[in-house]
Design a protein around this ligand. Structure first.
Ligand code: CBY
Length: 419
């Protein structure tokens, strides 16, 4: 197997302290952000535990918020969110398992999973959420011995299923999560922990191989998909290492990721949480083990001070950008002036101020920042696979409206699209 770890398990005890410091920015981002949305921080708690970062105060705070939110939002919580809650609370053999049991979270997840599949049956194959979440749900049911029928479920995960693709492009994040889920199922079948026949095992193996190949073909400059899908892709490749032989140049991946860390690419806590496990040689399939870390607790240099933000004394400079809303053949365009350093969302707000009728929009919070749900009251809908796509100079962005920093003279666009 090729070594993609920053800390290969066999060398774990000899690893030099310095390697931990590369990961400090990620750890600090996760530790220092303000967590107000309980369920959204399940991903962060999961990673903190999985990689063995012990910070009791933070763990307690996150656990409490997650539990409160789970109780409060029970009916509206999605399958993937509930899966993350179970993974986070149950990770690494700790006392929160009691909450999972008392609140019957695993059987509730089973019901959410069923509802996703029922929605596919009644809405031309479209789940309530998406296949990333369905995969998370299957992974969690598998890891926590929930009930699901292998024979019924596996066919939905054929790599030909349209839900792996957005706009005809393979979603590497989705594929990676599916590989993790299917690998868990495969191992359960092999250990006879779950009922299945030989055909099911064969299918599972074929699907894993094909999905892994799709992930490998999405490799550019060391990254699988883009920088934000690389961590979970690495996890998928770790667990399926006998499916790919001599897949060269993991060093290139590591180098590119470390460079991106130094450039602040993972400034969102969720982004940090999704890349860190892989860098420490962990995968979501490890959640039932005892978790420990080569870097923890002393070798991580966790600072609880807020990072210093330098406020320039000079008066702000302004840039102007072009902004348009496209609905089918119809364009509404304008030019707006915003402060240098503004993000896409600032441009949308400025345009809305100029012309409410053409540019009004609504957004929702997501773990990745604001998600644009409607423009001119036209609303994204999973049953129709419609959404508002963000573009710059005609190219889709790989960051959301709250993160993408706009440049002078750029052509920005939100386009009514189908995925
Ligand atoms: N998480 C989820 O359910 C999200 C799964 C995910 C595959 C996710 C990426 C991957 C991840 N690691 O979390 C995903 N995106 C999905 C499923 C979707 C679709 C959402 C609707 C649905 N059916 O559930 C959809 C509509 C195809 C989509 N993502 C749209 C967008 C655009 C949002 C624009 C808007 N209206 O606000 C956008 C900005 C792409 C564009 N150019 O329009 C987009 N996604 C991006 C960039 C991303 C990445 C975010 C990276 C970043 N730094 O902000 C992403 C990580 C992610 C979140 N999407 Co989607 C993919 C990537 O670039 N690697 C589970 C739940 C419990 O939280």
């Amino acid at each position: 197997m090729s070594v993609c770890f920053l800390f290969p398990p066999s060398l774990a005890t000899e690893v030099s302290k310095e390697n931990c410091s590369y990961l400090n920015p990620l750890v600090n981002t996760m530790v220092n952000s303000n967590y107000t949305k309980g369920i959204q921080s399940a991903n962060i708690l999961l990673t903190l535990r999985l990689v063995g970062i012990q910070n009791q105060r933070l763990e307690q705070q996150l656990t409490q918020q997650i539990q409160e939110d789970t109780n409060r939002r029970e009916s509206e919580i999605t399958s993937g969110e509930l899966a993350l809650v179970i993974l986070a609370l149950g990770a690494c053999k700790n006392l929160d398992e009691e909450f999972i049991r008392d609140a019957h979270l695993v059987s509730k997840l089973g019901e959410k999973f069923k509802a996703e599949i029922e929605n596919m049956e009644t809405h031309s194959g479209n789940p309530l959420t998406n296949y990333y979440q369905l995969s998370l749900a299957l992974l969690t049911l598998c890891l926590s011995d929930g009930s699901y029928s292998v024979t019924n479920v596996i066919p939905y995960f054929t790599p030909e299923n349209k839900n792996y693709y957005f706009g005809g492009q393979f979603s590497v994040d989705t594929g990676a999560m599916a590989v993790l889920a299917l690998t868990c199922v495969k191992r359960s079948i092999e250990k006879e922990k779950i009922e299945a026949d030989k055909k099911d095992l064969n299918k599972t193996n074929v699907y894993i191989t094909s999905l892994v190949n799709k992930i490998l073909s999405a490799k550019h400059d060391g990254l699988f998909g883009n920088i934000f899908s690389t961590g979970e892709s690495m996890q998928a490749l770790f667990v399926s290492s006998n499916y790919y032989k001599n897949e060269g140049n993991c060093q290139e991946t590591l180098h590119t990721v470390l460079y991106n860390i130094s450039q602040g690419a993972f400034h969102l806590p969720i982004a940090a949480a999704q890349i860190l496990p892989a860098l420490m040689g962990k995968t979501y399939l490890d959640v039932n083990k005892d978790c420990s870390s080569v870097c923890s607790p002393v070798k991580f240099n966790i600072s609880t001070d807020k990072p210093v933000t330098v406020t320039p004394i000079i008066s702000p400079s302004y840039i102007s950008v072009n902004y348009s809303v496209q609905i089918n053949e119809t364009f509404n365009s304008t030019k707006v002036t915003v402060r240098k350093g503004s993000v896409f969302l600032d441009v949308m707000k400025a345009a809305q101020k100029q012309n409410e009728a053409a540019f009004r929009f609504k957004m929702e919070d997501s773990p990745w920042g604001p998600y644009i749900i409607s423009v001119q009251d036209i609303r994204a809908n999973n049953n129709d696979r419609t959404y508002w796509e963000l573009l710059s100079n005609g190219q889709p962005l790989s960051q959301g409206a709250g993160s993408y920093v706009v440049k002078n003279g750029e052509y920005l666009e939100v386009r009514w699209s189908k995925y």
